[in-house]
Design a protein around this ligand. Structure first.
Ligand code: G3H
Ligand code: 13P
Ligand code: ZN
Length: 333
């Protein structure tokens, strides 16, 4: 083992999800690929006193390198502690999570380099193959007290290289068997969310299947459920992008009120990536349009980082309900 996540200052998701079940909130899982994103995530979560899951996708590893991202995660923990002291705030729990792990070997390499939580996504496999792969990953990860998220059901849209035309909703009758056979700590489900910035068309009834969620909750009481593809594609942000030369037409995301309702029930982790991308893009377009002479990356990445921080603070407070819950997780035995 090169480096244990505990030495790096990360925590696994167990206490976070315990408190999320009791408190009716969801822990934000924000994707990061660069320094500005990780700064925005950590400062937003520190200032709202929210637990946070920093997640690393395949795209992020290809873009920035797995080791570099892992060191950035470690740096974020150190920065959080220093900022907390300076601002007179308590520390927040931070998880470093592999998003959509697709092979056993990748999961092992992430555990070896300090990830504290792993997603093994076997959702595109046949049920029994998904069970077998997930079980194998769980057996390995639990030796190191790393928590594991599995997935049942297929989200529409593109997930790394796997593309699905339509949703295959999670079948509530399978969830107990899957959790029992695999030993996963949390379960990602498919109830109508999807990845990316084009989830629904404008005017189309944007609705997720909360009835399926409630059915799953009945069969798995107190079990942590995860929602991927949970960006809301805020129309006011899309409008700024389009005002300043962008071209994003006819799109809508998951209504925030539905996410809030999901977070009040069994959903303990909500994944958001696209909304952050949109917020940064809108701000950068605005700076470029208003200050065409600007060429210092800090002058457009800085405002983009501020916009991202503001977005995440609002999500934590109004959508996930995770604001203010860090202290009880830190204090939990
Ligand atoms: O799961 C999807 C996330 O938004 C990550 O996307 O692979 O383009 O980084 P990415
Ligand atoms: P969005 O594309 O809706 O932000 O979803 C992100 C996600 O699920 C990452 O795993
Ligand atoms: Zn996802």
């Amino acid at each position: 083992m090169a480096m244990s996540y505990k030495e790096l200052g990360f925590v696994n998701t167990r206490k976070m999800f315990d408190k999320a079940v009791d408190g009716g909130f969801a822990v934000p899982a924000y994707n990061f690929n660069n320094m500005e994103q990780i700064q925005a995530i950590v400062t937003a979560c520190l200032e709202t006193q929210s637990p946070v899951i920093l997640q690393v996708s395949k795209g992020a590893r290809d873009y920035a390198d797995q080791t570099l991202l892992q060191y950035m995660g470690k740096g974020a923990v150190e920065m959080m502690k220093r900022m907390a002291e300076k601002k007179g705030l308590g520390p927040i729990p931070i998880t470093l999570h592999l998003d959509h792990g697709d092979t056993y070997e990748l999961c092992v390499s992430c555990v070896e380099t300090g990830f504290s939580s792993i997603m093994i996504d076997g959702s595109s496999l046949k049920y029994e193959e998904n069970v077998a792969l997930t079980r194998k990953v769980v057996e390995y990860c639990h030796k190191f007290d790393v928590t594991v998220e599995g997935e049942l059901g297929v989200l529409a849209g593109i997930e790394d290289d796997v593309k699905a035309e339509k949703h295959t909703y999670t079948r509530p009758e399978e969830v107990q068997d899957f959790v029992k056979k695999t030993g996963v700590d949390s379960l990602a489900i498919s109830i109508g969310t999807s990845h990316g910035a084009y989830k629904f068309k404008k005017g189309q009834k944007a609705e997720i299947r909360l009835d399926i969620l409630h059915e799953i909750e009945k069969r798995l009481p107190r079990f942590p459920i995860v929602l991927h593809g949970s960006s809301s594609v805020p129309p006011e942000i899309v409008a700024v992008i389009n005002k300043y030369g962008g071209k994003m037409e006819d799109t809508a995301g998951i209504p925030e009120a539905q996410l809030r309702e999901a977070a009040r029930s069994a959903v303990c982790k909500i994944n958001i990536d696209s909304d952050g991308r949109l917020a940064m893009t809108a701000k950068i377009r605005e700076v470029f349009a208003n200050k065409p002479g600007e060429f210092d990356p800090r002058k457009y990445l800085g405002p983009a980082r501020d916009a991202l921080k503001e977005l995440f603070m609002r999500k934590n407070r109004d959508v996930l309900g995770s604001a203010g819950h860090a202290p009880e997780i830190i204090a939990a035995k």
